[in-house]
Write a protein that binds this ligand. Sequence first.
Ligand code: IMP
Ligand code: MG
Length: 175
Amino acid sequence: MNLSPQPLFSAADIARRVEELAGDIAPHLGDDPLVLGILKGGFMFCADLCRALSRRGVQPQIEFMAVSSYGSGTVSSGTLRVLLEPPPPRGRTVLVVEDILDSGNTLNRLTLWLQEQGAARVLTCTLLDKPSRRQVAFSADFVGFIIPDHFVVGYGIDYAERHRELPYIGTVQTP
Ligand code: IMP
Ligand code: MG
């Protein structure tokens, strides 16, 4: 079975929104920001957002972090495992760049973890937000698109490690 994802946001929709987000975010980053892309789902968004920030004169340090809360299923476990640790964010303004805000567990725990590590300020940016799925009270500082409770793939986002390469975001039926 190889069902193609149903398009939700085209590459052009995403590019437009990323430019707008960069315009919203840039004034808040201060002098020496640390952009923290969350692997793997945030890799494409982070790359495009950094280029859009650069067009606005932002010169961030760019690092990546890998956390796991999902495994290969579609239900969050609520526990955060740090698989790839970034350099210490002590005293820095950190912009976390995430693909999807779903239950809220990942960004909630990650924000607390970065504060514990000494970050001066943690700003969160998510490309997609599914507010209807929230299990903990958390809202991101910057949101690309609010979406209903559909499972989405593409533009870095996977289902069982597939579809990350797609230049658009689409929905898939999950079992
Ligand atoms: P949270 O901790 O439940 O907010 O989980 C957020 C993470 O779950 C995201 O970073 C994604 O990796 C994953 N996730 C949530 N919804 C989807 C989806 O529709 N497609 C693929 N991954 C998803
Ligand atoms: Mg993710």
